[in-house]
Design a protein around this ligand. Structure first.
Ligand code: PGA
Length: 250
């Protein structure tokens, strides 16, 4: 994949005023960006982001989506609602949702299916916890997570997802795996996808996420197997987010 993808995950941060400043800051620096850029924002701010990002080339995404199409699901948000705000992406199976909302591998797979059926590109998150890493289970965990998703997809649909490898112990902690460790996990993920669809060697972007910031982004982004980044904390500061996007543009 020649062109990298940098995605900001705002999580449960922001306000109308803070977002306006952040969006203006990002827009002011876009001329030098030569990678794909997206912002995944909290549901209440999708309208604000849609309006601010119109015509900029920066894609919009949500942080979650319902596994159901429509109906009596209080508090949930459907693919069709996200399309109303021109969302292109949706993060599915983020470790914070797996952990705090008890999302199972099966539910994550159902959400991926629903997102694809609704015309959205799911950014499927996988990654091991610290305990799992220390027990030498990284490969087993990410294989189980991605295989559950692949098991519900048609062969052609494999090319319609983005995968984000996010070691849980690296998220928001400032700790990062070495680029070599990430490269090995990305190679494994790609291999599992290729088994389902040989085109996955070329068509699927695998992002790294977990404490990526301007000071360490380059070492990750220069690796051939790392197709971009899913950025949390550093996406909340326009200059940091832009710096990462510039590093991905080389
Ligand atoms: P972080 O978050 O960059 O703050 O570690 C990444 C993520 O959770 O997507």
């Amino acid at each position: 994949m020649a062109r990298k993808l940098i995605v900001g995950n705002w999580k449960m941060n922001g306000s109308l005023a803070m977002n306006a400043e952040l969006l203006e800051g990002i827009k002011a620096g876009l001329a030098r960006v030569d990678c794909d850029l997206a912002i995944c924002a909290p549901f209440p701010y999708l309208a604000q982001c849609q309006q601010a990002l119109e015509g900029t080339g920066v894609a919009l995404g949500a942080e979650d989506v319902s596994a159901h199409a429509v109906g009596a699901y209080t508090g949930q948000v459907s693919t069709r609602m996200l399309l109303d705000f021109d969302c292109k992406y949706v993060i599915v199976g983020h470790s914070e949702r797996r952990e705090y909302c008890n999302e199972s591998d099966e539910l994550v797979a159902n959400k991926v299916q629903r997102a694809l059926a609704g015309g959205l590109t799911p950014i499927v998150c996988v990654g091991e916890s610290l305990k799992e890493k220390d027990a030498g289970q990284t490969e087993a965990v990410v294989s189980r997570q991605i295989n559950t998703v692949l098991s519900v997809l048609e062969e052609r649909e494999v090319c319609d997802i983005v995968v984000a490898y996010e070691p849980v112990w690296a998220i928001g902690t400032g700790k990062t795996p070495t680029p070599e460790m990430v490269k090995d996990v990305h190679a494994l993920l790609r291999e599992l996808m290729i088994r389902k669809n040989p085109d996955a060697a070329e068509c699927v972007r695998i992002l790294y996420g977990g404490s990526m910031k301007p000071s360490n982004a380059e070492e990750f982004l220069k690796m051939r197997d790392i197709d971009g980044g899913l950025i949390g904390g550093a996406a909340l500061k326009a200059s940091d987010f832009l710096k990462i996007a510039y590093l991905a543009s080389r």
